[in-house]
Design a protein around this ligand. Structure first.
Ligand code: ZN
Length: 165
């Protein structure tokens, strides 16, 4: 899947991050804006997806570097689940999405891009968001600048994600 439009100035896109990108974000607490971080809680954080499937696509990711959800501590999993639900509500109310795909690709064979560190996807959907060019060229045209969506979601995030630090 190629993207024609990705005007993102963040370090997330331009830096050559060594090692696990999600562990990098975990540690880079002073680069939240550059990295597209939406919130940080005690066990997990929310961050915009580097290669969004649709505008507003973000992820909920545990601080724990693990390739398996079954080894995550129960409180980590519970907090992630709660924030996925919070995120769905935010996408519906702030971006007025008509649907949301949520899910995880566990393992490379399941389609995970970064299989070594589990992450929950929230993918906003609108009517007919799979358009002609997607169908013919396996390419998506992003109609809305990522920066604008990030700024909008980040501004609203404190209203939706109850943080327990
Ligand atoms: Zn990691």
């Amino acid at each position: 899947m190629e993207h024609l439009y990705a005007p993102w100035r963040s370090a997330y896109f331009t830096q050559d991050i060594q090692g696990c990108v999600f562990c990098h974000i975990t540690k880079a607490t002073k680069e939240d804006d550059e990295l597209g971080v939406l919130f940080r809680d005690s066990h997990c954080f929310g961050v915009m997806n580097r290669y969004p499937y649709t505008p507003g696509h973000f992820m909920v990711i545990p601080y724990t570097h693990s390739d398996s959800i079954e080894t995550l501590e129960p409180q980590v999993w519970e907090q992630m689940s709660r924030h996925v639900r919070d995120g769905v509500r935010m996408l519906k109310e702030v971006l007025h999405v008509k649907g949301v795909n949520i899910g995880m690709n566990l393992g490379v064979c399941a389609g995970a891009g970064i299989a070594e560190h589990v992450h929950y996807h929230l993918v906003p959907r609108w009517q007919r968001d799979t358009n002609f060019i997607t169908t013919i060229a396996n390419t998506r045209v992003m109609g809305v600048p990522f920066e604008d969506i990030y700024e909008k979601l980040k501004a609203k995030a404190p209203e939706y994600f109850q943080i327990n630090l």
